[in-house]
Write a protein that binds this ligand. Structure first.
Ligand code: G4P
Length: 525
């Protein structure tokens, strides 16, 4: 197969949702269709979310499994599908944001009863920023939920994206009959079952009186009226709008009952984008270019202190990746060879000889890589779009064992390179501040510093609302601001200026008083 053919058959995406909406269940059903797994219940990687926050054994167990489920690749109808797993636990949201930088599209799962929830809203912000195409799957139709029209309005409003239903439910809950598949003009009839595939009947003309025989008079009439309304209210589905990230097709189903999942997958494969050109600081990189390039978007550390090794995950952006070829680690300006790159097919990890744009390759690493690093055939490229997000929780980190200061500093540096959390140095008192999105990350850091580096840390409370990156063309105003707020200025790892706002009021006042300064909530602007 030519490089172009390999690229065109690849679909790299992530399933995202608020915890409990059904991400794991849907992922698992997609894998069942792809033949990647054979029994339901095989993907338990994110069950950690259901355990107490500081259950360490559980976290270690889960980390062990999650290397295998970080990327789940399978072949289906001549497509090569790569599903990137995202952590279920909210405290690891930053990991999820980064994973979103490595996908070409996204499926968002929404619970029919709960509608759009907090985490979904946040993840969608990242998608919107990157113009990632999204498909929405409304799940749990076997339960009572919100009126589908209301739900569409809610999705449109909350996720700030136009929607277009491509399937439509016929009743729900106890009397759920199935969905009308608008995309393929089929009637998909529901039988509650965890293993069987949906029964589908081709149904191009809804006026056909046969409809009554399948779903009953009342449902048939309602369906006809609903579809008429949909055709009247929503514009035709436009694939280009979807690819631009401006329109989300919506499907309805029940992942647990395997209902509507195959239809979702088939439509997804038909419309979702193959790997697309990627922006670097230097130029746009096209997947079909011959020279290999890729970037590290995730580093997975081994929690076993006896084997301090990591796997660095590379998203291939252009050309063919080959085992044992010489590639340039751009930040080190050094050529490197990889003798045992791994690929992830189904749930197995195996050494690969070659991989193509859209694929994810795991490189065994002993601390050479950090998030955002580029690997190329020789060119100096720096990939953009791997922002850090303003953290939500802050603590001062202190060394509790003066004999181990070196270990402590090294540990903090490496953990930050891995992207476990963000480090800021307070310019006023020189103290180190760790910023995270959840409490669990502090525990991870403390545990790993001790077990992997032999260093003991202590946390001191710090009451902050947000850390935001600031910049301005007006140097005088910028200097003035920094002087006025000198107690609240910090530097991030790259030495950029960060303002530590201790309340939303303070931030608002600062924004109002210093009009020439831009306050950014992501590190890339
Ligand atoms: P998540 O990854 O988004 O956090 O959600 P997950 O798939 O773990 O699903 C959350 C719960 O919702 C699970 O129940 C799952 O069985 C259930 N669920 C998923 N899809 C459907 C559906 O279509 N209909 C119904 N009725 N339930 C669904 P649980 O009891 O929390 O877990 P488990 O014991 O079943 O694993």
């Amino acid at each position: 197969m030519s490089l172009i053919e390999e690229i065109n058959r690849r679909r790299t995406f992530a399933v995202i949702s608020h915890p409990d909406a059904g991400k794991t269940t849907l992922t698992e059903k997609l894998l069942l269709f792809g033949g990647a797994i054979h029994v339901a219940g095989a993907v338990k990687s994110n069950k950690i979310k259901k355990t107490a926050t500081s259950d360490w054994m559980e976290i270690e167990k889960q980390r062990g499994i999650s290397v295998a489920t970080s990327v789940m690749g399978f072949d289906y109808n001549n497509y090569k599908v790569n599903i990137l797993d995202t952590p279920g636990h909210q405290d690891f949201a930053e990991d999820t944001y980064r994973t979103l930088t490595a996908v070409d599209s996204v499926i968002i799962v929404v619970d029919v009863a709960k509608g759009v929830e907090a985490q979904t809203r946040k993840l969608m912000e990242v998608c919107r920023m990157r113009k990632t195409p999204v498909i929405v799957f409304v799940n749990k139709l076997d339960r009572e939920g919100k009126d589908p029209f209301d739900l569409l309005d809610e999705i449109e409003e909350e996720l700030k994206i136009s929607v277009r239903p491509l399937s439509w439910p016929i009743d729900m809950g106890q009397s759920f009959k199935g969905v009308y598949n608008i995309f393929e003009q089929k009637l998909d009839l529901y039988t509650p079952s965890k293993q069987t595939v949906t029964e589908s009947v081709e149904f191009k003309d809804l006026l056909n009186p046969e409809l009554e025989n399948y779903v009953g008079t009342e449902n048939a009439e309602k369906l006809r009226a609903d579809i008429e309304l949909i055709e009247g209210v929503y514009p035709e589905f436009d694939k280009e709008e979807y690819l631009k990230g401006e329109l989300a097709p919506v499907f309805f189903g029940s992942a647990l009952n395997n209902f509507g999942v195959k239809e979702l997958l088939d439509c997804f494969l038909a419309i979702a984008p193959a790997p697309r050109p990627v922006q670097t600081e230097e130029r746009i990189v096209r997947p079909e270019e011959e020279a290999f390039s890729g970037f590290i978007f995730k580093i997975h550390a081994n929690m076993d202190p006896n084997h301090r090794s990591c796997i660095a995950f590379v998203k291939i952006c252009s050309g063919k990746f080959e085992r044992n070829a010489n590639y340039k680690h751009v930040r080190f300006n050094k050529m490197m060879k990889f003798s045992s790159p791994t690929a992830f097919m189904a749930q197995k990890k195996s050494v690969v000889d070659e991989a193509y744009p859209g694929d994810i390759v795991g490189l065994p690493d002993t601390g050479n890589f950090k998030i955002g690093d580029s690997l190329t055939a020789g060119e100096n490229l720096h990939f953009k779009g791997l922002p850090s997000f303003s953290p939500e929780m802050f603590k001062y980190i202190e060394n509790a064992d003066p004999m181990k200061a070196k270990q402590m500093n090294k540990g903090i540096d490496q953990l930050m390179d891995e992207g476990v959390a963000q480090l800021f140095i307070n310019q006023f008192n020189g103290r180190k501040i760790i910023g995270t999105v959840g409490q669990l990350q502090f525990e991870v850091i403390q545990y790993r510093l001790l077990h992997e580096y032999g260093a003991q840390c202590r946390w001191d409370p710090l009451n902050l609302y947000k850390a935001c990156w600031i910049e301005s063309e007006n140097t005088e105003e910028l200097e003035n601001f920094k002087k006025r707020k000198y107690q609240f200025m910090a530097k991030d790892k790259e030495g950029r200026d960060v303002f530590l706002a201790d309340s939303s009021y303070v931030l608002q006042m600062a924004q109002a008083d210093f009009k020439d300064i831009q306050f950014h909530f992501t590190s890339e602007f």
